[in-house]
Design a binder for this molecule. Sequence first.
Ligand code: ATP
Length: 380
Amino acid sequence: MEKIVSLCKRRGFIYPNSEIYGGFAGFWNYGHYGVILKENIKCLWKQRFIFDHENMFATDTSIISNPKVLEASGHISNFGNEIFKTEVGTGEEITISHLRPETAQGIFVDFKNVIDSHHPKLPFGVGQIGKAFRNEISPRDFIFRQREFEQMEVEYFVKEAEWEKYFEMWREIMNKFAEEIGVKSHELEVPVDERAHYSKRTIDFQFDYPFGRGELWGLAYRTDFDLKNHNLDYFDEENGERIVPHVIEPSLGVDRSVLAVLASSYTEDELGGEPRIYLKLAKNIAPVRAAVFPLLKNKPELVSKAREVYVMLKKEFPNIEFDDNGNIGKRYRRQDEIGTPYCITIDFDTLEDNTVTLRDRDTGEQERIAISELFSKIKA
Ligand code: ATP
């Protein structure tokens, strides 16, 4: 874990919060590459959990709500001391509210609005990505247990009789998502006495972190608990009756996903007789897709050709990097630690025949290919 934390800081993925003042337990800052890695994971989640399905809607609800929301949801009575209290307003008009401990309640509270806007038939769902806050007693293990973190949650509304079918559907989607981001997860059926107060079935997706096995994500059957608490229901046109839909909730922590991705991809090996560290990130989530280098920094013709290739690739892939700092070996080492799948070097032969050297991150092998082949190579 120390090696991962150190790489994250060194290369600009994640920094301790308020570091110059000694840090602040439970809070972390994402740097440039961390932001892009996290964004790539969130984009893939949006694709797989929202856009790939019919009847899935996106939302972005506020962090602070009318205090009645968390009273009705049972959070104040069950977790009151773990919730961040805040004062809304000034002077005599103060309302005590709390920062949300999960994004889910915002979705439940908007249930009627979504129905009025989109008239969806059951089953349908609403997904959102957003910050959540818990005053954890012992924040620890880097970004595993924070006081401020981010969630990607779906609330999927179904008829009671169909809950098992859709529980299985989301279970499979979560397993595929883990695979796609290169994370090996382990399912754990959570026993009755350890489930949250609202759940009739929960599967924890666990991960072997450097400090041991722990929760990565959760899949819960929340029954009709939340909609009932908020006095919400649904008019079922098929049977002409009002019913309270039941809820399946795939809940994924963004930061724990980032940590699992980092821990899964952190690799130490030897290349050309030298020890090296690299991140074996899946191409679709790597913060830098490819880096373009001129062989020598002080040869204007190489630099201008390299910039030409860089600009051309950047039109297709936004995350292409140009690097002419230090010698080539140093540049490779830096890109390996960031997890860049490909490095492209422009040398004197390029000026003659429009070919470049393409280096593969995992094997360190280099091949000579035409500039015109770069797009398809990098995309694959
Ligand atoms: P744990 O048992 O580890 O405290 P939880 O069961 O309370 O987690 P949930 O309420 O199911 O977690 O929250 C859904 C997801 O949000 C978790 O699977 C995890 O990915 C993420 N999460 C929860 N608490 C934290 C935290 N303090 N820091 C970072 N991520 C968190």
